[in-house]
Design a protein around this ligand. Sequence first.
Ligand SMILES: *[C@@H]1O[C@H](CO)[C@@H](O)[C@H](O)[C@H]1NC(C)=O
Ligand SMILES: *[C@@H]1O[C@H](CO)[C@@H](O)[C@H](O)[C@H]1NC(C)=O
Ligand SMILES: *[C@@H]1O[C@H](CO)[C@@H](O)[C@H](O)[C@H]1NC(C)=O
Ligand SMILES: *[C@@H]1O[C@H](CO)[C@@H](O)[C@H](O)[C@H]1NC(C)=O
Ligand SMILES: *[C@@H]1O[C@H](CO)[C@@H](O)[C@H](O)[C@H]1NC(C)=O
Ligand SMILES: *[C@@H]1O[C@H](CO)[C@@H](O)[C@H](O)[C@H]1NC(C)=O
Length: 535
Amino acid sequence: MLYATSLTLCLILTIDPSTSTTASPITVSVDPTSSPIAQTSSTSFGCLALDWWPASKCDYDWCPWAGSSFLELDLDNKVLKKAIGFLAPNDSSIFLRLGGSLCDFVRYDFPGSHYDECRDFSDPTNTTRVGYELGSGCLRTDRWDQLNGFCSDIPGCTLIFGINALIGRTNSTCDADTNCHWESNDHPCCTEWSGNWNSSNTEALLRYTKTQDYSIYAFEFGNELIGESGIQAKLDADTYSTDFCVLKNLINDVWSGEETKPKVVGPDNNYSGDDQWYRDFTSLTFEKCGGPDVVTWHQYLLGAGVDSAADEKSRDPNVLDKQIKNGEGIKAAVYENTPEGETPPEIWMGEAGGAYNSGRPGVTDAFTSSFWYLDGFGILSENNEQTFCRQTLVGGNYGLLENTDEKNPNPDFFALALWQNLMGQDVMEVTRSDDGEDRNFRVYSHRSEEQLTFLLINLNNETSYEVELQAEGMERFKDFTVTAEGLSSQTIYLNGVELGLNGEGDFPNIMEMGVDAEGGSITIQPLTYGFYTFN
Ligand SMILES: *[C@@H]1O[C@H](CO)[C@@H](O)[C@H](O)[C@H]1NC(C)=O
Ligand SMILES: *[C@@H]1O[C@H](CO)[C@@H](O)[C@H](O)[C@H]1NC(C)=O
Ligand SMILES: *[C@@H]1O[C@H](CO)[C@@H](O)[C@H](O)[C@H]1NC(C)=O
Ligand SMILES: *[C@@H]1O[C@H](CO)[C@@H](O)[C@H](O)[C@H]1NC(C)=O
Ligand SMILES: *[C@@H]1O[C@H](CO)[C@@H](O)[C@H](O)[C@H]1NC(C)=O
Ligand SMILES: *[C@@H]1O[C@H](CO)[C@@H](O)[C@H](O)[C@H]1NC(C)=O
């Protein structure tokens, strides 16, 4: 009620309403009593990534990583802590993933780790595909203590950590002047590895973690090291699953007798339709050690950050619909290769940041990003994906928070916050009077014990939709409509009220900003989205 007046006073539209047209009305209905078609994670759908990238990581003359590596991040920053807590409302949780490409380069300096040499990341180099020297970068005990302390201080914060899966393997050698960073496709030597993983350094990390009673939800095994689209390596499914099981058995050993032990997650790779790899990985891992706990894949739907087309792609229905095929492909590969009588592993979007090579300013940190991001949540949760990890919480050009001392939230931060508050675990089947034909209008629905919520997204830049929402036996309750002054804007409005930190660095109470629904149909303006609750 409080905000209803300001809504009418300042209705902010993304485009000039004079060019706007209205499509024929669409009726959207959900049967609130039906069984869900899928369920998201009971821990959290939301997941926030922090990366290893040092300040020297630059792409296309942008260097957006200074101070954001989880080795260097100021963990005393008050906004950072509040931001993570804000994404775990009402005693819920939020995953914090520590990982990324350099996880397979680093060493751990822990008691009994057998590594004399633990050094900082090298200067950028062209001798490796990822761009730093193998064996450079180091996680030390004191930083691990700080990271665990940081997360345990934030109610709901739940850690995931990516383990080095290359250590112990032998790489091919290339001629001294080979440019592996830029031309790895021309030089197979850049990504060829033989031999098996050596678990000894990881064992030191795990045993220390157990001794300290640190609670790690899951360990990922390597980052983008498998199959055709692997980056620093292209491990086959047999090699990878063998070593994956070595890690799983090691965790079982270190945490033996414990009721909850860290889960084991993989392969954390771009999914490029290489179904056979995922099929083999699933069945071999079940054969060797009872299966993975979670199968993850990565996605950069908008292409390279350097490409200005990333902007339009972020709201192009044909681009966004690719997620349907990917979601279905992964699900089929994993479910069809889970042995009878076994529960299929969970499937997670393990890393997605829109555009690869650190994102694109004005796109992945702006209002337009919320279209691919929220639409991905909708599509993938309909395809049995339980969790979605955002590259990044802070760092790169795709941070949910700006990489400055102020840590101002970007539009996707609030998109995720609304989702975490409003979209329950049960994914509901949605029926549309247009049979889903108009791909510019997207709708998803989830249910929790408290409410049923519709997420409406209008990707059309000229056409409004008049939508009648139906959930039999329930009444529309609160509306949460999000707009911005422009697609590249970093400021957004919830029901006409600007979202941002107040002078004390506190986040707004977005649940109190919902406006009472007036009944009747909703007009969803071009290039806007909104959440509409029923109870
Ligand atoms: C938060 O929890 C309280 C108490 O269980 C409940 O009444 C309220 O509806 C919840 N809010 C949300 C957004 O889930
Ligand atoms: C890497 O290669 C690129 C392209 O050839 C070149 O511009 C750059 O200076 C090289 N970087 C280093 C650290 O050698
Ligand atoms: C192979 O490993 C050596 C020793 O760690 C390293 O100097 C070299 O850069 C690596 N080559 C590639 C292509 O990764
Ligand atoms: C694994 O690495 C450690 C540390 O370098 C070494 O002591 C050990 O012999 C290695 N194990 C195997 C099986 O190679
Ligand atoms: C990742 O997969 C997509 C298909 O889903 C493909 O178009 C793209 O080229 C792949 N990227 C890399 C770096 O292999
Ligand atoms: C809508 O998008 C189309 C295609 O990109 C463009 O040609 C048109 O000018 C846009 N209309 C408005 C009102 O921005």
